[in-house]
Design a binder for this molecule. Structure first.
Ligand SMILES: Nc1ncnc2c1ncn2[C@@H]1O[C@H](COP(=O)(O)OP(=O)(O)OP(=O)(O)O)[C@@H](O)[C@H]1O
Length: 701
């Protein structure tokens, strides 16, 4: 056991002596206090017999390494909790009394409920939270798709018009060479010219209109799906390393595709057969030349796709790594500068960037060669069309005007085919991007609307909690079971790596157990409406991060509609008002992403106020005093007292013994299992006895 625990045992011993003293004094002082004195004596007797039983039980079982098993048994005051594998302490639940509680008192909703189903900030344990409106990401996706489809249909009408109008030029050329030049009629020339100019202008306008519509469609799509994607990604990242956030990049990819030339080419492709059919009507030989060219272009594109697929994938992989590294550099810029790590950091980024660029160059080289081939192939087609057309004209099978018109129409038929083929890669990337967006939005647990429950009172039940991180075989938390009544305060202590932080995260639902359950007011955290749950809890993580913004914003959890009174109340509850008042800009002090200009301890205390904001019913504080001085420690103790007086359930994870004086219960966690759990005095006494026993036995603690 660590020095910290040794220190704890000393405190425990002192506390045990003190309490024994007080008990005997109180007995002396109330010799005739019949009923209550007897009851207290009985209680003590029962506790000491329980302690003996605990000792015997421990000796019988000794340390075990049994695998965690699931049970439906609920912990009661008599329940003895599971013993963890090879724990230095035998496990014993000294006090797990906690009966079911009612969500609201008999006389209607408790204080703090406005009776209208609102409450937002938590209220005084009753009432219903304010809904933000139903979340329906699948609906958002459907709406986004419907908007795209609707706009694409309008664009298709304009595409149809532009494809017909594009025939104006070949028809003009055909008419000039075969009619105007032979008849030498200026009137016909004027009339034709006026009609064609009108057609060309109209064509340009229609083309612009369809581009306008596509551009707005892309914006509409991003506006409709951006927020749902970010919300769903934030939720999904709970189970991963945050890769879901990249789905926002997928939306960018989709947006780029919607405004790209590739989409326009694809919309034009259905008209290509019509043009080719027209050329066949002019002469089957010319039509065949166009068909052969289209097939040739397709073959070149397929070969290109095959040759560039791998290097493009490699380039993206390395680019992703370089970006991750860049992100980490920007977050750790201070340490990079302080430890003179800039050359190494740049070198790591440079290695991935160079690998990405090398692969890109390889892919682009092949792309350029393929593009040159298709361009040459298309130009040679024009030559073939004109040459073979001239031959056919000499043979008298077609006119000169027909040759020129067929050549222009061939160009128009091949252009979208070539564009679509060239952009196929972009199309397939966008299709995969859309599939990822769709999967993320449809599978998001935020879609499932939960029953709106009364705001919790703060009862916490942890049942057979097992946590084995994904991809590992390490049992971090092993069959933990305990209960806290609303308003209880618990300190979790234990060696470094015992699993305290992991348990804290599980109590606030930021990681989910492999099996077992954490229940707030009897409801499994997984079944709480997430917003309602978040509004009713407070959490101070070990690694405190503040958001860029004012202190006021940070305490109010960045809620723009937060009430000034609630912010002050949170600061007062966390005992930080005085500290904030001493800052030159007070609550309006702007905090940067790295927390400056606040010190580590000040940051921690602002985060404490954030945890208290909105009158939560459960607060989990992970090492809240790791950066605090004596004054900060005292303020924290007062904050816990405030919370107790407000009936807030507080769980404090700590390595420092100073906080123990302010809590009702203590849990000693060892190697992922509960070694001791119970009323503060009992646990401290037990620790003291153990320490004494170990000293007498000459064993190390
Ligand atoms: N995702 C994970 N993958 C693998 N191991 C993990 C994971 N999360 C936690 N652990 C391991 O579980 C153990 C408990 O970690 P945890 O952070 O909960 O300890 P702790 O008691 O809070 O320690 P400290 O007091 O030093 O903060 C550690 O050994 C840690 O390496």
């Amino acid at each position: 056991m660590s020095a910290a625990l040794e220190q704890l045992r000393e405190i425990a011993k002192e506390e045990a002596d003190r309490s024994a003293d007080t008990a005997s004094k109180s007995q002396d002082m109330h010799p005739h206090d019949g009923g209550s004195a007897n009851t207290r004596a009985e209680e003590r007797a029962s506790r000491s017999s329980e302690a003996r039983h605990f000792q015997e039980h421990t000796e019988e079982r000794g340390p075990t390494s049994e695998a965690p098993t699931r049970t439906t048994e609920r912990p009661t005051s008599e329940t003895i909790s599971t013993v963890g594998p090879e724990t230095p302490f035998a496990a014993k639940t000294i006090d797990l009394e906690s009966g079911p509680i009612r969500a609201s008192g008999p006389g209607g909703p408790p204080k703090g409920t406005d009776g209208n189903g609102r409450g937002g900030g938590g209220g005084n344990g009753g009432g219903f939270h304010k809904r933000l409106g139903p979340v329906d990401f699948s609906g958002n996706l459907r709406e986004g798709l419907a908007a795209i489809r609707h706009n694409l249909m309008i664009v298709m009408v304009f595409t149809c018009a532009t494809n017909l109008l594009v025939l104006a030029i070949p028809i003009y050329l055909f008419q000039i060479s075969d009619r105007v030049l032979t008849s030498r009629s200026l009137d016909t020339l004027w009339m034709l010219t006026v009609v064609i100019v009108g057609a060309v202008v109209l064509n340009a306008v229609f083309d612009a209109v369809r581009r306008f519509i596509l551009m707005r469609t892309a914006v509409q799509c991003a506006a409709k799906l951006g927020a749902p994607i970010l919300s769903a990604a934030a939720r999904a990242s709970l189970h991963s390393n945050g890769k879901e956030y990249q789905t926002l990049g997928d939306l960018q990819q989709m947006r780029a595709f919607l405004t790209s030339g590739t989409l326009l080419s694809m919309l034009d492709v259905p008209f290509a057969p019509l043009f080719i059919f027209g050329i066949f009507l002019v002469h089957p030989h010319l039509g065949s030349i166009v068909i052969i060219t289209a097939i040739g272009l397709l073959v070149i594109a397929m070969i290109n796709q095959k040759l560039t697929e791998k290097p493009f994938a490699t380039a993206n992989l390395h680019l992703g790594r370089a970006n991750v590294h860049l992100d980490s550099m920007s977050r750790n810029s201070q340490i990079i500068n302080a430890l003179a790590m800039i050359p190494e950091a740049v070198q790591i980024w440079g290695r991935d960037t160079a690998a990405s660029l090398t692969a890109q160059v390889r892919a682009q080289d092949r792309n350029i060669v393929a593009a040159a081939f298709s361009k040459a192939f298309r130009l040679l087609t024009q030559v073939a069309m004109l040459g073979w057309g001239a031959y056919l004209a000499i043979q008298g099978e077609i006119t000169g005007g027909m040759v020129i018109a067929a050549s222009i129409i061939a160009g128009r038929a091949l252009q979208p085919i070539e564009g679509a083929i060239e952009g196929w890669n972009q199309f397939s990337l966008s299709r995969s991007a859309f599939a990822r967006i769709s999967a993320l939005l449809k599978a998001s647990p935020l879609n499932f609307e939960r029953l709106v429950l009364p705001n919790p009172q703060g009862r916490l039940d942890v049942e057979r909690l097992l946590y084995v991180p994904e991809g590992t075989k390490r049992v971090v938390l092993n069959a933990l079971s305990f209960s806290l009544k609303a308003g209880d305060s618990l300190a979790i202590i234990g060696d470094s790596g015992a699993g305290k932080t992991t348990l804290g995260k599980m109590l606030v639902g930021s990681i989910l157990p492999t099996s077992g359950a954490v229940r707030l007011d009897l409801m499994d955290l997984r079944n709480w409406d997430q917003r309602q749950f978040g509004l009713n809890i407070g959490y101070l993580p070990q690694d405190v991060q503040l958001f860029p913004g004012t202190i006021k914003d940070n305490i109010a959890r960045m809620r723009p509609e937060a009430d000034d009174g609630d912010i002050y109340e949170a600061a007062r509850l966390a005992d930080v008002h005085e500290m904030i008042a001493s800052l030159p800009q007070g609550y309006e002090t702007i905090v940067a992403a790295d927390g400056s200009p606040l010190s580590g301890g000040q940051k921690q205390r602002i985060a404490l106020a954030r945890a208290f904001f909105g009158n939560p019913r459960l607060i989990v504080l992970d090492e809240p005093n790791s950066n605090l001085d004596t004054a900060g420690d005292a303020a924290l103790a007062r904050a816990i007292e405030h919370a107790k007086s407000k009936g807030i359930t507080v769980v404090t994870i700590t390595q420092k013994p100073t906080i123990l004086g302010s809590v009702d219960k203590i849990m000693v966690l060892s190697q992922g299992s509960i070694a001791l759990f119970g009323q503060r005095r009992e646990v401290l006494k037990s620790l003291a006895e153990r320490s004494k026993g170990n000293r007498l036995g000459g064993q190390p603690g």
